[in-house]
Design a protein around this ligand. Structure first.
Ligand SMILES: Cc1ncc(COP(=O)(O)O)c(C=O)c1O
Length: 434
C-alpha cells in the first residue's frame, strides 16, 4: 500500500470522510518555495491557485520576521506593543481617509462575524443583503449569510439575496445598458421586503470582486447604486476583501477602490499573513468606538506581536518587490495568452481578470452559454497531472480559477499557457471521440 493511500485512510479515520480535499487523487505536499510546490515524491507543481502565500510560499522576508519576533516576544493583545500599533498605522494608510481604525482577528470568518456584530450594533438593524451564491466563512452568524452552500442560510429571516451581478450571462430580456439598474432594483426589493416584514436593515455584505461567484465583470454603476440604496435605508456597506484584497488587482490595494464608493467596514484575511493566521476589520472610527464602548472585544491571538511582524513583512514584500506593478504587467501577459486560447477553443466562453486573478468560463455552446462543469473538472485534474495547480468556481462550477501567488512571472505564465493548451487539446479530442 502506498504512503499516500495509508495517509488518506488515517485522515479519514481522524478527520472524517467529508473533510474537503482537492483532486480525485489528493496531493501530498511537503514543501513550497515562491510559486512552486513539491509533493512527497519530489514532483514539482506550478501554483496557479493559492492566494494565501500572497508574496510567495515560504517568503524569506516573512519567515525571517516571524522567527525574529517569535524569538523575542509573543503575548496576547492586552499589552502595549510598538509593532502592533505600527502595523495598524501602516495597514490603514492603504485605505481612504474615512477608514482609519482596525481590529485584528485570526481568520476571515471571525472578521466577518465581527463586522456583522458591529453593523448590527451601530445600525440597530438585523437584516443583511448578500448575493445568491455567497460564501463568507464558517461561524454561526456568517454561515447564516452563506447562501452558496450553508444550510443555516436557507431559512434565515435575517438574510435576503440579489442575483449575482454578471454582465457575461446577464438577465433574460434585459439589455447590457440596463443591467446595473435591474440588479440594483433587486437590492431595493430586498430592502423593501425586510421593511414589509418588520426587519430593520443592518447592511449589505459583498466581496467587491464577486470572486467566489465567478470573478464577475460587474455592470458599471451597480455597486454605487446599490450602496446608495442600502445607506438610504439606514444600512452600511461591508466589503469582504478576504480574498480580493492586498493589491491582487494591481491597480488598487483594495478591490472596492475600483468603484466610486468607500465602504463603512472592510474585512480581510487570507493573504494578510502569507499563511500565518492574521485577519481583521478596518472600519469607520466612529463605528469601532461605538461598538467597543458597549461590546468589549478581546481576541487572545488576533494581532499579537508575531502576527504584526508577519503582516508588516507582507506589506514590505508587496512594496519592495513591486508586486502590484507585477500583477498588472504579468496579469496582462496572461490575459493575452488566454485570449489566444479562446480563439483556438470553442469551449472558452469568457475570460475575465483583475490583475493577478483570472477566470476562464467554460461553455459547451457559446451562443447558449451552456455551462461545461465536467470539462472544467477534467481540465483541473489533467492540469494537476501535468504539474500545474488550478481550481474552479462559479454557481455552475464551470469557471477555471487562476489565482497564483503575486510573484508569478511571465516565464511561469508561459508554462501555465502551454499546459492549458495541451490539456484543452486532450479534452477536446476526448470529446470528439464521444
Ligand atoms: C470571500 C471570503 N470571505 C471569507 C472567507 C473566510 O475566511 P477564513 O477561511 O479565513 O475564515 C473566505 C474563505 O474562503 C472567503 O473566500
Amino acid at each position: 500500500m502506498s504512503v499516500n493511500h495509508t495517509l488518506l485512510q488515517r485522515r479519514y479515520q481522524t478527520m472524517g470522510h467529508s473533510s474537503p480535499l482537492f483532486y480525485k487523487q489528493p496531493l501530498h505536499l511537503v514543501r513550497g518555495e515562491g510559486v512552486w510546490l513539491f509533493d512527497n515524491e519530489g514532483q514539482r507543481y506550478l501554483d496557479v491557485y493559492n492566494n494565501v502565500p500572497h508574496v510567495g510560499h515560504c517568503n524569506p522576508r516573512v519567515v525571517e520576521a516571524l522567527h525574529r519576533q517569535a524569538s523575542t516576544l509573543n503575548t496576547h493583545t492586552r499589552y502595549l506593543n510598538e509593532n502592533v500599533v505600527q502595523y495598524i498605522e501602516r495597514l490603514t494608510a492603504t485605505f481612504d481617509e474615512g477608514l482609519s481604525m482596525a481590529m485584528l482577528t485570526c481568520t476571515g470568518s471571525e472578521a466577518n462575524e465581527l463586522a456583522l456584530r458591529m453593523a448590527r450594533h451601530c445600525t440597530g438593524g438585523e437584516g443583511v443583503i448578500v448575493t445568491e451564491a455567497a460564501y463568507h466563512g464558517n461561524t454561526s452568524a456568517v454561515a447564516e449569510i452563506g447562501t452558496g452552500f450553508m444550510p443555516e442560510a436557507k431559512n434565515s429571516k435575517r438574510v435576503k439575496v440579489f442575483s449575482i451581478p454578471d454582465s457575461y450571462r446577464g438577465l433574460a430580456g434585459v439589455s447590457q445598458d440596463d443591467l446595473a439598474d435591474v440588479y440594483a432594483a433587486q437590492v431595493q426589493q430586498a430592502i423593501d421586503e425586510f421593511e414589509a416584514e418588520g426587519i430593520k436593515l443592518a447592511g449589505m455584505l459583498v466581496c467587491p470582486d464577486f470572486a467566489n461567484e465567478g470573478l464577475l465583470n460587474v455592470p458599471k454603476g451597480f455597486m454605487e447604486k446599490a450602496t446608495a440604496m442600502v445607506r438610504q435605508a439606514g444600512g452600511v456597506l461591508i466589503a469582504d476583501e478576504v480574498q480580493a484584497g492586498f493589491g491582487r488587482s494591481g491597480h488598487h490595494f483594495w478591490a472596492h477602490q475600483q468603484y466610486d464608493i468607500t465602504p463603512d467596514i472592510v474585512t480581510m484575511g487570507k493573504p494578510m499573513g502569507n499563511g500565518h493566521p492574521l485577519a481583521g476589520v478596518v472600519a469607520r472610527p466612529d463605528m469601532i468606538e461605538e461598538f467597543t464602548r458597549e461590546a468589549m472585544y478581546f481576541n487572545t491571538f488576533g494581532g499579537n506581536p508575531v502576527s504584526a511582524a508577519v503582516g508588516m513583512a507582507v506589506l514590505d514584500s508587496l512594496e519592495q518587490d513591486q508586486l502590484l506593478q507585477n500583477a498588472i504587467s504579468t496579469g496582462d501577459y496572461v490575459v493575452r495568452g488566454l485570449k489566444k486560447l479562446q480563439h483556438k477553443y470553442e469551449l472558452i466562453g469568457d475570460i475575465r481578470s483583475l490583475g493577478m486573478f483570472f477566470a476562464v468560463e467554460l461553455v459547451s455552446d457559446r451562443q447558449q452559454k451552456t455551462p461545461a462543469p465536467e470539462q472544467a473538472e477534467q481540465i483541473m485534474n489533467l492540469m494537476k497531472q501535468q504539474g500545474v495547480l488550478i481550481s474552479r468556481i462559479g454557481i455552475y462550477d464551470n469557471i477555471l480559477k487562476l489565482r497564483p501567488p503575486m510573484p508569478f512571472q511571465p516565464e511561469h505564465a508561459d508554462l501555465l499557457l502551454e499546459t492549458l493548451d495541451r490539456v484543452f487539446q486532450q479534452v477536446c479530442q476526448l470529446e470528439a471521440l464521444g
